[in-house]
Ligand binder design. Sequence first.
Ligand code: COA
Length: 167
Amino acid sequence: MIELKRLSPSDGIEIYDLLQSIPREENGLQNKVNGMTYEEYKQWLIGKQVESEQEGIVDGWKVPSTTYWLYVDGVPVGFGNVRTYLTEALKKVGGNIGYGIASPFRGKGYGKELLKLLLTKAKEAGIERALLTIRKDNIASQAVAYSNGGVLTETADERVYFWIDTN
Ligand SMILES: CC(C)(COP(=O)(O)OP(=O)(O)OC[C@H]1O[C@@H](n2cnc3c(N)ncnc32)[C@H](O)[C@@H]1OP(=O)(O)O)[C@@H](O)C(=O)NCCC(=O)NCCS
């Protein structure tokens, strides 16, 4: 069974271990928990939950985002973030949705499933068209976007831009 679970302050060691296995940064995807102690992670969970419930734009980069864990048969294998609001900065780098699968679980179709489920969350949050900003050399992520109905609308020096209709 494949399902998303929303980040919660009650998340425990299995999510902590997942996030230690995912780099702090990969292809623009940030994972600040990598390198944190367990206590720091528990504080981070609280902050993330508060942030996801904030309304409106906080500043140029920091807008409310909601994090979800992807579980496959009860095992967490990846995560994604949904941002409801886009600033001019986030229209260039970041977009509405970011995602990652831990490396032992890649190449099994989970990235495609993860984005599909995140798009349903984006739709529930009122996003009609979701923007994905993907590095030009990130072929796997572009394949994930295409397989979910992504339309490549722009190519810049470092990134390509996909829009996905959430309906
Ligand atoms: C991008 C990412 C989420 C893909 O996850 P995944 O579980 O391996 O993806 P899937 O198994 O669903 O594969 C999706 C497609 O990518 C292709 N693919 C997977 N790994 C690939 C690779 N290393 N090179 C080229 N294509 C690859 C698959 O063949 C599949 O293509 P298909 O639709 O033609 O069958 C994962 O590689 C990842 O977490 N990368 C690091 C973080 C990141 O780049 N996030 C995206 C930021 S925009």
